[in-house]
Design a protein around this ligand. Structure first.
Ligand code: AMP
Length: 512
């Protein structure tokens, strides 16, 4: 089915329900939301020659028009390529070109960057600003009453992976993948209700936007903060006033939210569910978050190739403090989501037993169709339907998955594997350490040594001896960092993920 059917159905069942809001201000109810999508779709086909299966890019920051455009594209069976608005114009142009976009929706903030990179754009690609009068006309007309029929395997969303190395790859997400992901949301993550207010504090082009579907299905509110991004104070204010807020947040965002809540002496009232994931959440941080804000948290583990949907650690598991294995569970990413299976394999692809560490593989209805025009990457990543995630982890006998690292981040020192995560978890329990990332640096004696890149808390003084003693108290001697580097901030990509590659390059330059 076409995922846009959900918007059409909600517009029929709950036409007057508030659908799109900017801050507290209502932009559209469901009837208007669906009518605009239909009108946009009709105009794309009529005035811009977009046919079913054609790609349309979206290069804009968070705004309510973003959701209108997505559904407009799907209404006529076309394919959306959402591009992170923080990318460089040339990176965005490369994606438009690789995906063969026939048109790009842009905003007044991003159009300049794309015009500057026009030489890299696909020939004939049109640009249309969602802030323009033309856009107003485009969405103000009429369109087909129902979305075009699509099969489950038809392409809906071409998602370019953040690619910390090399060029990003286009992940082909089908309508069926999006339906499976959304049903898992309702089963494994949160019960969506018509009262919900989905708050887009993270980019709609990524996970936060993917989670619009269950909310659309139930007829909840979609709320874009006035700032268009993540401002912890704004989120806390919106939470209190909107109530029943659900939001996706990367672990770094959770930390900043917790800091703000502490400063204001608040606990995040009205933020019903904070879904975190996309990068490691350290035990010390989630415990601090629960202590400050209470039980509002659910964790998900997924990747572009199986969007938001590999495992989940439910709200219930965050609550079960009396369970003898509570802390172990809290360090895990939970169990396979309802449509998924998870296994661990060795380097030859053979399944490993519970407790053994290897590559995480996932199979099920959320797994992508494959990479766009990239048979080599498909062959490397998909085997008999199993997705090789590139993550390293272990399953316990009850099916809880604990991630150690990305496979390429594992440090091999003196022939032994050291998972940076363990070192990071240990250091983060020291009160002077605000953030840390452990990397492997080439060493003539050891092959690699562990180097800890540390951001200290305000006012704390760098002291290798103190941190070393702290590590010795909780992890094996051979795992502790041989060197400490103190930084003002860790390099992160646009989604807040720490760029270990940049740290490794920085160390290489220093050594050189
Ligand atoms: P992306 O494809 O950009 O969404 O990145 C996906 C990667 O982020 C995964 O392969 C993991 O390495 C990491 N990741 C996602 N969710 C989690 C999580 N809950 N805990 C730790 N790492 C995660």
């Amino acid at each position: 089915m076409n995922i846009a059917e959900w918007l059409a159905a909600t517009a029929r069942a709950r036409p007057e329900a508030p659908a799109l809001l900017t801050g507290f201000e209502r932009d559209a109810d469901y009837r208007t939301f669906a009518r605009r999508a239909a009108s946009l779709g009709a105009a794309l086909a009529r005035d811009h020659g977009i046919s079913p299966g054609d790609r349309v890019a979206l290069f804009a920051g968070n705004c309510t028009q973003y959701l209108e455009c997505l559904y407009g594209i799907w209404w006529i069976g076309a394919v959306a390529i959402p591009i992170n608005a923080k990318l460089h114009g040339r990176e965005a142009a490369w994606i438009c070109s690789n995906g063969g976009a026939g048109l790009a929706f842009v905003s007044s903030d991003t159009i300049g960057a794309l015009i500057e990179a026009r030489d890299d754009l696909p020939s004939g690609m049109k640009m249309l600003s969602v802030d323009s009068d033309d856009y107003g006309k485009m969405r103000g007309g009429e369109g087909p009453p129902s979305p075009l029929e699509r099969e489950d395997d038809d392409l809906a969303w071409l998602f370019y992976t953040s690619g910390t190395t090399g060029r990003p790859k286009g992940v082909m997400i089908s309508h069926g993948n999006l339906v499976a992901m959304s049903l898992c949301y309702m089963a494994d993550v949160d019960h969506a209700t018509p009262e919900d207010a989905a708050l887009y504090a993270a980019p709609i082009s990524h996970g936060a936007g993917l989670y619009n579907f269950p909310i659309t299905r139930m007829g909840g509110r979609h709320v874009v903060p006035e700032s268009g991004g993540f401002d912890p104070d704004e989120v806390l204010n919106l939470g209190r006033q909107l109530d029943n807020v659900v939001m996706f947040a990367a672990p770094t965002m959770v930390r900043r939210l917790v800091d703000a809540a502490k400063k204001r002496g608040e606990n995040g009232e009205g933020l019903r569910t904070i879904i975190y994931g996309g990068g490691p959440m350290y035990l010390a941080d989630i415990r601090d978050a629960i202590a400050t804000m209470g039980q509002r948290f659910v964790q998900i583990y997924g990747q572009g190739e199986s969007p938001m949907t590999i495992t989940a650690l439910s709200r219930d598991w965050h609550r079960r403090t009396e369970h003898p294995r509570y802390l172990e569970r809290l360090t895990s990413v939970g169990t396979a989501q309802s449509v998924m299976r998870v296994r661990i394999t060795d380097k030859d692809g053979n399944p490993l037993a519970a407790g053994e560490t290897g590559e995480v593989e996932a199979k099920g209805a959320a797994v992508m169709l494959g990479y766009w025009n990239n048979p080599k990457a498909n062959a490397e990543t998909l085997k008999d339907g199993w997705l090789r995630t590139g993550d390293v982890g272990r399953l316990d006998e009850d099916g809880f998955l604990t991630l150690s690292d990305r496979s390429k981040d594992v440090i091999i020192s003196g022939g032994t594997n050291i998972y940076p995560r363990e070192v990071e978890e240990a250091l983060l329990t020291h009160p002077d350490v605000r953030e840390v990332s452990a990397i492997g640096v080439p060493d003539p004696d050891w092959g690699e040594i562990v180097v800890a890149c540390v951001v200290l808390e305000k006012g704390a003084v760098a002291d290798d001896g103190k941190l070393d003693a702290h590590c010795l108290a909780s992890i094996a001697r051979f795992k502790r960092p041989k060197r400490y580097v103190y930084l003002d901030a860790l390099p992160k990509n646009n989604y807040g993920k720490v760029l270990k590659t940049s740290l490794r390059e920085m160390m290489k330059k220093q050594e050189g």
